[in-house]
Design a protein around this ligand. Structure first.
Ligand code: TXA
Ligand code: MG
Length: 349
């Protein structure tokens, strides 16, 4: 089913399946979600099974109406309403103390709950018409890049879930910003489209969790979002990020790509509109333009999955600015690369 026949019988089927505790993958403005009834323990267990996800990694509960906050959470601070006013519906997830209503199966055993109000029309209608709160992690197999097209969901989950709603390509392409509101000030656990600067214009004192700023595998910081500690977003090939002066990066990637191609390996290069013509070896993909980081965010997971399709054994990537949206892009890219970065000058370290 796709966006054009939203009124069809299929949409009713999706609603019926969700109400029966089954799983339906659906589009959101960030990435595709793997949805199930958030208040049904069995549906939550099915989600973990379908994804192959460790059961201590909690799910995000999707809502369509602000009144849901009072039902799902307790001791909701004023900041939650201020952030909701500014950014909901949209790509922001808030961590709050959970109410009795939310089963621990949904929250991975935690006493807090992650809540998001998506803006995507299909997502909103599914929640409204089912009358449910929909628990939905990203609709990928655990550890794989998140899904930004229905084809990606089919690749990972076909046969494991009841239905996939095709809503075309996700607008944003990276998962929501997660902010923890259970402490004395808001803490960003996962960077996303809503940046710290945007949040600080609305609630002062928002900070990053140290795990977000981590640049090396050995940094001894423990992620507060349980999911952020697992290997993530990984393509099948070995991904290495090259950072530093652009000319040095291009030279180094050309040299290593040449070497690997000559050894007979399939090689992928993650370049940009600005640099794509400067590479000579392997399969060269432009991820987007540096003049508009949104384009890079939107294509990152898709490019990683395309390299899997062409069975790239080695992938070499340029590096991106580590501020605003670039922070979210680099956070995902670093994880996908297992923090494997080659620094060509010492400016950034
Ligand atoms: O954009 C998104 O957020 C997408 C779409 C489908 O809404 N969903 C998504 O879900 O990215 P998932 O499950 O792939 O990532 C949720 C992250 C995990 O890292 C998880 O550990 C964290 O949120 N999380 C969920 N509940 C939490 C809680 N109570 N405390 C801390 N972190 C939590
Ligand atoms: Mg995920």
């Amino acid at each position: 089913m796709n966006r054009e026949n939203l009124n069809s019988e299929d949409f009713k089927d999706a609603v019926r399946l969700l109400r029966a505790g089954e799983l339906v993958a659906f589009p959101t403005e960030t990435v595709y979600g793997l949805g199930g009834d958030a208040l049904d323990k069995t549906a939550a267990k099915r989600i973990y099974e379908a994804k192959g996800r460790p059961s201590d990694n909690p799910l995000i509960v999707h809502i369509a109406n602000i009144d849901a906050l009072k039902e799902l959470a307790v001791e909701v601070p004023e900041e939650a309403y201020q952030l909701a006013d500014a950014f909901w519906p949209g790509p922001l997830t808030m961590i709050l103390k959970k109410s009795e209503l939310v089963p621990k199966e949904t929250t991975g055993g935690l006493s807090t709950v992650a809540i998001r109000m998506p803006s995507d029309e299909i997502a909103r209608r599914l929640i409204v018409e089912s009358g449910l709160y929909i628990a939905a992690p990203s609709a990928n197999k655990s550890g794989r890049p998140s899904t930004t097209k229905a084809e990606h969901v089919i690749e990972d989950l076909d046969g494991c879930i009841s239905m996939i709603i095709d809503g075309g390509s996700s607008d944003i392409g990276l998962e929501s910003t997660i902010v923890d509101l259970t402490g004395s000030y808001p803490v960003i656990l996962r960077p996303g489209y809503i940046t710290k600067e945007m949040m600080n214009r609305c609630v002062a004192g928002t900070e990053y969790d140290p795990a977000v700023l981590k640049k090396e595998k050995s940094d001894p910081v423990i992620a507060k979002a349980p999911g952020m500690k697992y290997r993530h977003y990984a393509p099948k090939g070995e991904l290495t990020i090259y950072e530093g002066d652009t000319e040095l990066v291009i030279q180094a990637i050309n040299a290593i790509a040449k070497e690997k191609v000559e050894q007979g390996y399939q090689v992928g290069i993650l370049a940009t509109e600005e640099t794509k013509n400067r590479y000579q070896y392997g399969e060269i993909k432009s991820i987007g333009t540096r003049k508009q980081e949104e384009t890079i965010a939107a294509h990152l997971f898709d490019c990683l999955r395309e390299f899997d399709m062409s069975q790239a054994a080695y992938i070499f990537s340029e590096s991106f600015e580590n501020n605003s949206l670039g922070q979210a892009i680099m956070n995902r890219l670093l994880k996908a690369a297992g923090y494997h970065v080659i620094s060509l000058n010492n400016k950034e370290k």
